[in-house]
Design a protein around this ligand. Structure first.
Ligand code: BGC
Length: 772
């Protein structure tokens, strides 16, 4: 009797708690047996609510489509109420009551915004990154979101590509560690505060030619396997619930329709069992790529292994006809539908469709003290100190004309809270740009500007003088183009500059907040010139010419070309985009409460023409040694610039100094399947307590294919008090020596290896061992 009653309730309420208690397969079999073809295709349809813009605006009657069972998921619908209402329609008004997936780009935090992913990677703090994803999930679920389009694990070696901001940088090993951590942080055990992750953009999107977004990708399988694919695979193995295919072509085929990638590699080789969604509108873009009309691209996409169509309205319009025409099979549709339903089951949506819509969580779970503290701590860990001049007691010709009289006897940073501090630059008093690109849950009004944070930090001990100094770009159109909803006031450059120079004259130290606006990196923000925009650089030159200590805080979503700055500006702290707590975090570091500890995860080029530049490159037959000072004829180098980067991968200074002892290996031979360990003593020899990132690199000296000059294989972020030292030990096993050979077999080949350890990829000590 009781059972019958429950069943009646279950049918009335659509699906129910009772139903989901069944094992997943059984539950989905029963559900699918009830579904019409139209309802199945509906599950494969994802459309936007346009409350945030992350692609072309597509207006669709979401409520109506949901009621008719023609929508499986939504994105960019903002606000718990709105989500709840659509969910209510799905559950109560659609025939079978199947709840919706609710997606959004939660890339680096939600309302508590964490630093952009590239910056987070520079912390090399995997636990903190995981925690950041956990917090983002908690805030997002409080808004009703249950699915996030993150992590982005595209390896990128071309900083012209704006989307380098969204990933972990150039290294596949670090990319794996971060990808896995984010999946864990987001998904947990699919509890009430967890979301489903979506690993993107599969695959190779970061290798877009010339760094131009959406552009062609073309590379050998060996390179793919050895340099690009590992982070996707690691994230899949970490259990990511979904994957997003990328916009680009691979082997000439738009990925959305690329069966080799989506089925042969992802599903068959890697045994991936989650679902695959397209990127925004990319079934339609495959038409533009030139492989056929929408019916062809829909057919190919589905057969290739695409399960859900994001914003193309292609599956919903084409699949029924394609099935009737015998171009696709019922099984093709059923497989895709099943995977989408599995995702909903895993999220617990059938059990409680409103589990992510609890009103009281809006009060407690968003932008709270715990989250803000974590974001502030994380931000401070991401800043990379590139230069901190020890002392200057000189009168000199400047490289840009004029004389400079300068004198100070200690490193410029940290600053003392005393005297007058001139804070200058277009990013010094701006609220909306601190968070960086892809901040879809931010509320800038709640955050501090750097100026406000600095005034708070110094209190009445020092005086902060402020001037904007210049625009981001002198050219209004270019600046407008880079805005995308995050404006910075236009000023009269000449007047603003005069005012900046006036306060600089009065000040004891000058802090420049310059660089990119948030939207100058991220999607569709490729740049062909990676230096500080001219108008900012001119002002910076004038400020340096005052001879006063100058600190450049470089805001950027990518490596910047800063050769002039590296030579002339006394102190440079790369602050990326640090999220909602940027202002306070910068003050924590520049006033010395915390020592900088970020280490670059993308190589900083000296000149644009060096791009692509990355540390784990192959050797040539005519290599020029690192550090070579002159051009060498008939060698692999440039006439006009040396090969070395401005700052290498893994680089980052501190307020303290670290001394590395002689590394010791536990042996000089290793059997296949065996182990060695390397130990090195690291000592904090300076006056500040600080963190160091100890890095381990390996090179295969002779193999069946040419192997990189070094590859990161381990790292540890350690905290050392002033004067403290510690042994750091890395295990080296056969798996770390494996690579994909020309037959794409993943093997470790016996022979000699070099193992290197140090605080960046350039300054290492090395030892050798033999694998036998
Ligand atoms: C981006 C994706 C994003 C999607 C949904 C696309 O334009 O490439 O990274 O997840 O939009 O907003």
């Amino acid at each position: 009797m009781k059972k019958t009653l429950l069943l009646v309730v279950a049918i009335l309420a659509g699906t129910s708690a009772f139903a989901q208690k069944k094992p997943m397969n059984e539950f989905i079999d029963e559900l699918m047996a009830k579904m019409t073809l139209e309802e199945k295709i509906g599950q494969l349809n994802l459309l936007p609510g346009n409350d945030i813009t992350t692609g072309a605006v597509i207006n669709s009657p979401l409520a109506q489509l949901t009621e008719e069972g023609k929508l499986g998921a939504i994105l960019n619908v903002k606000g718990q109420d709105k989500v709840k209402e659509l969910q209510r329609i799905a559950v109560k008004k659609s025939r079978l009551g199947i709840p919706l997936l609710v997606g959004q780009d939660v890339i680096h935090g939600y309302q508590t915004v964490f630093p952009i992913p590239l910056a987070q990677a520079c912390s090399w703090d995997i636990k903190a990154i995981e925690n950041g994803a956990r917090i983002a999930a908690k805030e997002a679920t409080a808004q009703g979101i249950n699915w996030v389009y993150s992590p982005m694990v595209d390896i990128a070696i071309d900083p012209r590509w704006g989307r380098v901001a969204e990933g972990a940088g150039e290294d596949p090993y670090l990319g794996c560690c971060i990808g896995e951590a984010m999946v864990r942080g987001f998904q947990g055990n699919y509890g009430k505060e967890n979301v489903m992750a979506c690993v993107k953009h599969f695959a190779l999107y970061g290798a877009a030619e010339a760094g131009r977004d959406y552009n062609t990708v073309d590379m050998s399988r060996v390179r793919m396997y050895n340099q690009y694919l590992a982070p996707y695979k690691a994230a899949a193995e970490a259990g990511a619930g979904s994957f997003m295919s990328s916009f680009n072509v691979v082997d000439g085929i738009p990925v959305t329709c690329n069966k080799w990638l989506l089925t042969d590699l992802l599903r068959k080789e890697w045994n991936y069992d989650g679902f695959v969604v397209t990127d925004y509108g990319s079934i339609n873009e495959a038409v533009v790529h030139g492989i056929g009309d929408q019916s062809v691209t829909s057919e190919r996409a589905l057969k290739a292994g695409t399960d859900m169509d994001m914003c193309s309205n292609a599956f919903i319009s084409q699949l029924e006809g394609l099935l009737k025409a015998g171009r696709i099979s019922q099984a093709d549709i059923d497989n895709a539908c099943r995977r989408v339903l599995e995702a909903k089951y895993k999220l617990g949506l059938f059990e409680d469709p409103y589990r992510f819509c609890e009103p009281k969580r809006l009060e407690t779970d968003i932008y709270n003290d715990e989250h803000r503290k974590a974001a502030r701590e994380m931000a401070a860990k991401t800043f990379v100190l590139l230069k901190n001049e020890e002392c200057r007691m000189k009168s000199e010709e400047t490289s840009f004309g004029g004389r400079r009289e300068s004198q100070w006897a200690a490193p410029v940073l940290p600053l003392k809270k005393q005297g007058k501090i001139a804070l200058i630059g277009p990013l010094a008093d701006n609220r909306s740009n601190m968070v960086g690109c892809w901040s879809t849950g931010d509320i800038p009004e709640r955050y501090s500007t750097l100026k406000e944070a600095m005034e708070r930090a110094v209190g009445d001990k020092a005086q902060v003088l402020f001037a904007q100094g210049c625009n981001i770009y002198a050219d209004e159109k270019t600046q407008e183009g880079a805005t995308f909803g995050r404006p910075i006031d236009r000023v009269d450059d000449a007047k603003a500059r005069a005012e900046a120079l006036r306060i600089a004259e009065e000040a004891d130290v000058i802090v420049c907040a310059m660089g990119e606006m948030a939207e100058m990196s991220g999607e569709s923000s490729s740049r062909a010139d990676l230096s500080l925009p001219c108008v900012q650089k001119e002002l910076l030159k004038d400020l340096v010419a005052t001879g006063k200590p100058v600190v450049l805080l470089n805001f950027s979503g990518r490596p910047t070309v800063m050769s002039w700055e590296a030579e002339n500006v006394p102190a440079i702290l790369n602050v990326w985009f640090g999220g909602s707590e940027t202002g306070d975090a910068i003050c924590d570091v520049i006033f010395g409460e915390k020592s900088p500890s970020g280490h670059l995860t993308m190589t900083m080029p000296k000149a644009l023409g060096q791009i692509p530049i990355y540390y784990n490159h192959l050797n040539t037959g005519r290599p020029v040694p690192e550090g070579a000072k002159e051009y060498r004829k008939f060698q692999s180098n440039y006439i006009d610039v040396r090969n070395d980067p401005l700052y290498p991968f893994g680089f980052g200074l501190s307020y303290t100094t670290f001394e590395y002892g002689k590394p010791r290996l536990s042996g000089t031979t290793m059997n296949v399947g065996g182990k060695l360990s390397l130990t090195v003593n690291v000592k904090n020899t300076g006056k500040y307590d600080a963190d160091e990132v100890v890095q381990l690199y390996i090179r295969d000296l002779a193999a069946s294919i040419s192997r990189p000059v070094k590859e990161l294989k381990g790292f540890e972020r350690i905290s050392l008090k002033a004067g403290e030292s510690r042994d750091v030990t890395f295990d080296i096993d056969t798996d770390m020596l494996k690579f994909s050979n020309s037959d794409l077999q993943f093997v470790a080949e016996p022979g000699d290896f070099e193992v290197m350890v140090g605080g960046n990829s350039r300054d290492v000590q090395s030892l050798k061992f033999t694998l036998q």
